[in-house]
Design a protein around this ligand. Structure first.
Ligand SMILES: Cc1cc2nc3c(=O)[nH]c(=O)nc-3n(C[C@H](O)[C@H](O)[C@H](O)COP(=O)(O)OP(=O)(O)OC[C@H]3O[C@@H](n4cnc5c(N)ncnc54)[C@H](O)[C@@H]3O)c2cc1C
Length: 325
């Protein structure tokens, strides 16, 4: 069996999710006794391909073509389709990035398959692969087994696997030049989507107080700011708070924000959608305040306070101030 991992580059460097996907591929490969190979597509990707070749892989393919210099769904789909037809992998894994969301479903349909997106884990049962993905904002975990023959296509959600767990090794790089025709590329690329600028580095914070939609109004934010200041914590938020402009985008935690792992993460009025969890679940201790006892945040929380945050926050802030003298 062969697993092909499609790595992604962004502005000449690796997209951070590439390594998490490689960690997933290596772990699945170990469980199934499969060969793990990787590919990176673009123009002048040789240097990146050799970096990938320093990992434990059976081979790395540098998929090079002039027409892959700028990303297009048509170009990437055709180039990777050609590589997959040559290699015949059973499983093709992608990082769940904006770019992958754009082209991978189309690539899968070229093989009469679907993309199993947002995979957050896996198991091997009776020698067969079971992928886990979440439904309904993390309220349900679904097991996905493949019934038809491969290739199977899946994308790995941010934060589901640890980049630090990628095993080092030495692999050969092989160049692959797909036969692409400019006439089949129908889109004119615009500047790529730019993720939020990082003026605040939450990844260095030891304590984070993070606020969600449960806070109801911008005018209520001082309640969390006071607790953060009493604890000497950085303030962070779920996406709706930043989308509303109540806090700057760089304070957003989650799949489209920052990934954090403080000693203490205090989630206030945050439901715990998967896109939020992937950004904070590696925190050492998680405390959640939420009035809904069934909120998914409690599944990752070490301590849960099922209560109205408007009652808990002032009392907690006062106690912290007292304790700190
Ligand atoms: C492509 C994509 C990327 C995304 N990226 C991110 C991301 O990076 N980060 C992110 O956070 N989200 C992200 N999201 C959005 C995500 O799916 C959720 O919508 C979001 O995380 C929900 O935010 P929330 O928990 O603050 O709000 P809600 O889901 O509305 O939860 C509010 C919670 O507050 C509780 N509450 C209400 N009132 C009180 C009270 N008085 N006291 C105590 N608790 C109370 C409720 O019980 C509820 O659980 C993304 C979504 C998509 C589709």
């Amino acid at each position: 069996m062969t697993i092909l991992t499609v790595l992604e580059r962004q502005a000449g460097a690796w997209h951070r999710l590439s390594w998490e996907t490689l960690a997933a591929a290596q772990q699945i490969g170990r469980g199934l006794g499969a060969r793990v190979i990787a590919a990176v597509a673009g123009r002048e990707v040789a240097a990146l391909a050799s970096q990938a070749a320093a990992q434990k892989l059976d081979r790395v393919y540098a998929v090079e073509h002039e027409l892959l210099g700028t990303y297009t769904a048509d170009g990437f789909t055709s180039a990777l389709e050609a590589l997959i037809r040559k290699l015949n992998p059973e499983l093709v894994l992608f990082p769940h990035t904006y770019q992958v969301r754009d082209f991978a479903p189309k690539l899968a349909t070229r093989f009469q398959a679907v993309l199993v997106s947002d995979v957050v884990g896996h198991r091997i049962e009776d020698g067969r692969l079971v992928l886990v993905r979440q439904l309904f904002q993390g309220k349900l975990n679904a097991d996905v087994r493949f019934a038809a023959a491969g290739p199977w296509f899946a994308s790995i959600q941010a934060g589901a696997y640890r980049a630090g767990q990628v095993e080092a090794g030495a692999a050969e790089v092989e160049a692959f030049a797909p036969d692409l025709d400019a006439g089949t590329i129908r889109t004119r690329p615009q500047p790529p989507f730019r993720e939020a600028a990082r003026a605040v580095d939450l990844s260095a914070a030891e304590i984070i107080v993070s606020v969600g939609r449960g806070i109801k109004e911008k005018d209520n934010l001082p309640l969390v700011e006071q607790l953060a200041s009493a604890l000497g914590a950085e303030l962070a938020a779920s996406r709706p708070i930043c989308d509303n402009g109540w806090l700057p985008m760089e304070r957003q935690v989650g799949s489209s924000g920052q990934t954090v792992a403080p000693k203490l993460y205090l989630a206030v009025g945050i439901s715990g959608a998967i896109q939020h969890l992937v950004g904070m679940k590696a925190s050492k201790t998680i405390v959640a305040i939420n009035k809904d006892p069934d909120a998914p945040i409690f599944e990752v929380a070490d301590y849960g306070i099922v209560a109205d945050l408007f009652e808990v926050l002032p009392a907690l802030t006062e106690e912290v101030r007292k304790a700190k003298g």
